[in-house]
Design a protein around this ligand. Structure first.
Ligand SMILES: Nc1ncnc2c1ncn2[C@@H]1O[C@H](COP(=O)(O)OP(=O)(O)O)[C@@H](O)[C@H]1O
Ligand SMILES: [Mg+2]
Length: 523
């Protein structure tokens, strides 16, 4: 046999598409030629394959070899084609029976010594292999646990080229699958019980978690903004398996999944530094990879010191926040990375930090303060449902916390003594989410409701309608602000367990936008 082919896949955004690796051994001087839009790493594959075959006691053909990666108009990148190229060569040179490779996908980088190295994006590849009816997938042992997350697909893991051939010769033997390690070790638990006072901020955190609403915390230094934001992920309900797979796929494509990793079971909490680039935040690069926005998919993206982020970086957030996905266009392709996140942002109210503080005076000139806020382009504020102004904790909060007497705030009357714990609040969040799942189309949260669907599930009562009409005539609300207020009202009713939305919910929801309204009127 002089002509052979093997199956593999190439990443396109968060998904993979089939690639056919064809190998032809023909007459001519020894040499290996690669055709089919291969990048530098794929070109280098020639040298790795040659050395790996030789060092594994296998034969490299002594005539001309042409390797073609089809479809030819699809860009291929990275070293994942090393293994299918090597296997194709072995079939074409009669060192491996062709039928052993029938319907088998493979992907791994080869070391010069013949070792199989893990690659990024294996989960996406495994999903594509199953979708396209592959008989099985052969990968490096370090990738096997990840590939095996795809139910109904046979996965073989091997440490080196001879091991891979052994697996192919005995496909019925139990595959070599090392037990998965936890993808992301559990971070040290941050509990809400550590936060004293801040009833207003805690309430907003609970609403954000329940309805999937974006949240902005504004307050002087040391008021506990960062502390509170870091406790949001702990309030979110458990990650369903389907969503966990999607999240793991994104981290795998980004090359962030460690060797031997299995499923990411926890909702992510990502906190990029304010100096980060637009590409790092929303995704990009010449070989598109997901950014922080997509790495936080189904979890929390925390932008601390929001006004320190460059404005053109923040502007890139607007569209994906709404669409819940990022599209990255390159010359030949468009990649999609999902990003259904809850955004939490924190910032000082002005450059000196003390504007609005009860004890210290702000020294920023009016113009400076305006420019500071100007950096948070209006359209970004518009998309943040909950805007909360925080004060530093008061001595009485600290005293009552120390004495375990409970705290000022909406739940103080629960009488348990001391601040509520994350577990207590998470229970209410779970109940409210359950109501949304049963009622909303597609079981989505109120924050995720498609624009047209809100009206049908809102259930505004008579007095609520009257109040809403008054507000609309008196306030200069943008259509987007109005929509956000109603969504938050719906979440407040869900937290309360009420079928209808009344004046209480509308007024409270309106209160969470005062900041945005105030700055708009000022400027
Ligand atoms: N409400 C609070 N309860 C308990 N500790 C607090 C509170 N507010 C602030 N702190 C303490 O102050 C420190 C600074 O808080 P931090 O969240 O970083 O403030 P900010 O982000 O608003 O500047 C925290 O690490 C914590 O020790
Ligand atoms: Mg902070």
């Amino acid at each position: 046999m002089a002509l052979a082919h093997c199956h593999s896949g190439a990443l396109r955004g968060v998904e993979a598409v089939a690639v056919r690796v064809e190998v032809d051994i023909g007459p001519g001087l020894p040499g290996l030629q690669m055709v089919g839009l291969a990048d530098a790493a794929v070109q280098e594959s020639r040298e790795r394959v040659r050395a790996a075959l030789r060092n594994s006691g296998l034969r490299m053909p002594l005539t001309r070899v042409v390797v073609s990666l089809a479809p030819a108009d699809l860009r291929k990148e990275g070293p994942a084609f090393d293994l299918p190229i090597a296997l194709g060569l072995l079939v074409a040179s009669d060192q491996l029976p062709a039928e052993r490779m029938e319907g088998i996908w493979s992907a791994a980088e080869l070391g010069l010594d013949g070792r199989l190295r893990p690659i990024r994006g294996v989960l996406a590849l495994a999903l594509a292999a199953r979708r396209l009816g592959a008989r099985g997938l052969l990968v490096a042992a370090g990738n096997a646990a990840e590939a095996a997350l795809v139910a109904g697909l046979r996965v073989w893991g091997a440490h080196d080229l001879p091991g891979a051939l052994e697996q192919l010769a005995h496909p019925e033997r139990p595959p070599c699958l090392p037990p998965p390690t936890t993808a992301h070790p559990t971070p040290p638990e941050l509990d809400l019980a550590d936060v004293w006072g801040q009833g207003h901020g805690r309430r907003a955190l609970e609403i954000a978690a329940a309805g999937g609403h974006h949240l902005l915390l504004v307050g002087p230094p040391g008021s506990g903004k960062t502390m509170l934001a870091r406790r949001l992920a702990g309030l979110l309900p458990a990650l369903p398996r389907e969503e966990a797979l999607e999240l793991t796929q994104l981290h795998s494509v980004a090359g962030l999944l460690g060797e031997g990793s299995g499923l990411i079971r926890q909702r992510p909490f990502r906190s990029p530094h304010h100096s980060c680039s637009a590409a790092a935040l929303v995704g990009g690069g010449s070989r598109p990879r997901p950014g922080e926005l997509s790495l936080a998919h189904r979890g929390v993206l925390f932008l601390d010191e929001l006004t320190e982020f460059r404005r053109e970086v923040l502007d890139q957030l607007r569209q994906p926040l709404e669409a819940r996905e990022v599209w990255i266009s390159r010359a030949r392709e468009r990649c999609r990375f999902p990003c259904a996140i809850t955004l939490v942002a924190a910032t000082n109210p002005c450059p000196c930090g003390w504007w609005g503080d009860r004890e210290r005076e702000c020294r920023c000139p009016e113009g400076v303060r305006r420019r500071y806020w100007g950096r948070l382009s209006g359209p970004l504020l518009d998309r943040i449902d909950l805007q909360v102004v925080m004060q530093r904790a008061q001595p009485r909060d600290l005293i009552s916390a120390l004495e375990g007497r409970g705290q000022a705030g909406p739940r103080a009357e629960s009488g348990a003594g001391g601040p509520e714990t994350t577990a207590q609040v998470a229970r209410r969040v779970k109940t409210a989410r359950g109501r949304m799942v049963r009622r909303n189309p597609g079981g989505c949260s109120n924050g995720d409701l498609p624009a047209g669907a809100l009206k049908a599930v809102l259930g505004l009562d008579k007095a609520g309608v009257n109040l809403w009409e008054t507000i609309l005539t008196q306030r200069r609300l943008t259509a987007r602000s109005a929509d956000r207020i109603l969504r938050v009202s719906r979440t407040l009713a869900d937290l309360k367990g009420a079928r209808t939305v009344g004046t209480g919910e509308i007024s409270e929801a309106l209160g969470y936008r005062s900041f945005d309204l105030a700055t708009r009127e000022e400027t």
